[in-house]
Design a protein around this ligand. Sequence first.
Ligand code: PLP
Length: 405
Amino acid sequence: MLSIRNQFPIFNQILSKGQPVTFLDTAASAQKPRSVIEREAEVAERFYANAYRGVYRFGALVDEELEASREAVRQFIGAASTEEIAFTAGATMSLNMIAHGWGNRHLQPGDEILLSVLEHHANFVPWQQVAQRTGAMLRFIPLTATGELDLSDPTLFNERTKVVTVTGMSNVLGTQPPLDELSRKTHDVGAVLVVDAAQSLPHGPVDVSATGIDFLAFSGHKVYGPTGVGAMYGRRELLEAMEPLLFGGHMIDQVHLDHSTWAAPPARFEAGTLPILQAIALRPAIELVQSLGAMAIHEHELALTQAAHAALAEIPGVTIYGPAPEQKGAIVSFTMQGAAAEDIAHLLDRKGVFVRHGHHCTMPLHNWLQVPATVRASFGVYNTLEDVERLADALRYVRERLKLD
Ligand SMILES: Cc1ncc(COP(=O)(O)O)c(C=O)c1O
């Protein structure tokens, strides 16, 4: 994996005081490889035009590139057809489209939406809104002491369950819910399974067809791709029976003075001008992840996560939240007794160590953890064991500065 770091230009710099960049915030947004940066520039410099509108050669090339990118997404997530993949602005938009477009149309008073407090607000608030609008109820899957889903209650999945919506990987605890089991239980009661793959996709393989995932959402920027683009996957029959969230150009079939009809998916869900450069440059990001291979990425990130757990265990006052490294993704969230999360993040920055602090858009989860905020170190393909050592050294510096010893 070390050679991969050279493909990310951001690491070719030395910060003030001779510090290297120790970037431990990939869960918020991943750094970009040269192939992604150059692809966006290449399209802008050589053949940029609007998409799905012009027949002139630039327009045709843009359409071709966008469809190649859609095909790359299809392969990446194991979808049956590119017609099941709509480009969106990212996971948040995809999840809102699913919740409103499918939920508003198909949920009724008394129906249950099954989810857990692990969810990022992007996969929580839209469903809360839909529940308020339709009279459906949010029902929560309990968590075990280490923050994994406790599916032992036989009443969780029942005839009122209409949708089960889960994160593929918690952005705080790293928990990876058992998607195969959830898919079986969801389909046994005739419900649909929505997976928020914003965190999981960069770290491991997903196959919507093999697993039986009905809807999936992800963001390009977390998978080493550009910002402003992501995708919504939906099984064909579900997309066909779903309302768009946005209305306007490209998504219509016929527009009359008194009513309009919609184009077939995916165009129905792509109103307006797409993030063209970004959607095209998503393909080299996917190709990079595929070229490394899911198993190699997993092994590399597991080694970093194990090393981080071991190093942080040596530091007095540190509590790590969530499952053991072997049971989770490459995220280590922690608190340090006597130090506010924000102060820790500021002091780590002085050492060139970049982490996120706060509730990470998961207030219900932090209420469950009974802490207002955590510090989160998250890893990507470019991180190294030296990064983990620098985190541990910098945390010792925090203790010194705050006179905690
Ligand atoms: C689990 C999870 N879901 C959804 C999102 C929202 O992603 P975006 O802000 O790219 O729409 C995030 C972002 O942190 C996330 O971690």
